[in-house]
Design a protein around this ligand. Structure first.
Ligand SMILES: [Cu+2]
Length: 199
């Protein structure tokens, strides 16, 4: 396991712990552990206005009516991002025609390098339903904050840099509300079946 993978796992773990604590506190306060509405109480996600890999404007409004997956990452990522995008592509493939009724967003945390053109090149290796999202760094930072995504530039020897980032795939329902982290540690068929339930 290299240093970057370890850092990502750490970031992932910290987020999950926070999420569990958050849910736990809500459950304690309300005392209603079975009410599903309570579980969506910590708001994750929200409005955004950014651009996709074709340079087209995309906003949260464009996704209304579709359940969607959101993943934050960057095209120079050595392992986690390409692996995740590959797995999401497999899920999309298993959805067949239903994939058109969902969306999958890959939002960059590295807008400095990930221009729309760069995203387009990169996503050519994955399922065409995946949309690469980039834009103004301040607007991207605001969206990352909405999703409680942590990211940070990490300098490398020789002047280059990499990014630490939260590596969670968020499942959002067709109203744009956060459902749960989308589990990819199962067969693509099972994951596709799960996503299909939110159509
Ligand atoms: Cu990554």
């Amino acid at each position: 396991m290299n240093a970057q993978t370890k850092r990502m796992l750490l970031v992932f773990g910290t987020f999950l712990t926070g999420l569990v604590l958050c849910f736990g506190v809500v459950l304690l306060i309300t005392g209603r552990a079975t009410a599903p509405a309570v579980l969506s109480a910590p708001a994750i996600g929200g409005p955004f206005h950014l651009v996709d890999q074709d340079g087209r404007a995309i906003s949260d409004d464009d996704l209304k009516g579709k359940p969607f997956l959101v993943f934050f990452g960057f095209t120079h990522c050595p392992d986690i991002c390409p692996t995740t995008l590959f797995e999401v592509s497999e899920v999309m493939r298993r959805l067949g025609k239903d994939a058109d009724r969902t969306a999958a967003l890959f939002v960059t945390v590295d807008p400095e390098r990930d221009t729309a053109d760069k995203m387009k090149d990169y996503l050519a290796s994955f399922d065409p339903h995946l949309r690469g999202i980039t834009g103004d760094p301040a607007a991207l930072a605001a969206v990352a904050k909405e999703y409680r995504v942590y990211y940070k530039k990490v300098p490398l020897d020789g002047g280059d840099y990499t990014m630490d980032h939260t590596a969670i795939v968020y499942l959002m329902d067709k109203t744009g509300r956060f459902v749960a982290p989308f589990n990819l540690r199962r067969t693509p068929e099972a994951a596709a079946e799960d996503l299909r339930r939110y159509l």
